[in-house]
Design a protein around this ligand. Structure first.
Ligand SMILES: *[C@@H]1O[C@H](CO)[C@@H](O)[C@H](O)[C@H]1NC(C)=O
Ligand SMILES: [Zn+2]
Length: 116
């Protein structure tokens, strides 16, 4: 069980796909708890840099992930509890985007605050 990082701690990054906020060290150590299957950033600092960003804000706690907007791209209730950014700037790498497309998942750049 990953500990919830302090919002003000340095080195926090948000996943470009699911917006979960963790330290870079956590992403490198464990990958993304939600989208590692697609992102494959575990053990790769470079990949972590490409798949996550420090350009995020509006950090929100997800108390009930099963009813969260995070679930939209993924029809499963297996996404992690934790903190998520309301706004993340950047795009997932092209290979991830292609993979999402091939699975019929519509990827949308989250450059706006989600309203619901
Ligand atoms: C990260 O992105 C850069 C620039 O697009 C690319 O050259 C590099 O190969 C990528 N690294 C990984 C591990 O995906
Ligand atoms: Zn993710």
């Amino acid at each position: 069980m990953a500990s919830i990082p302090t919002v003000k701690a340095k080195g926090l990054r948000a996943c470009l796909l699911c917006s979960i906020v963790l330290s870079q060290a956590d992403f490198v150590r464990n990958g993304c708890p939600n989208c590692e299957e697609l992102m494959q950033m575990k053990s790769s600092r470079d990949r972590t840099q490409n798949c996550t960003t420090t350009a995020f804000d509006g950090v929100i706690a997800v108390i009930d992930p099963e009813n969260s907007w995070v679930a939209r791209w993924q029809r499963t209730s297996k996404y992690a509890r934790g903190i998520y950014a309301a706004r993340v700037i950047g795009r997932v790498p092209a290979d991830v985007e292609a993979e999402l497309q091939s699975r019929g998942i519509k990827y949308r750049v989250r450059d706006e605050v989600d309203q619901d």
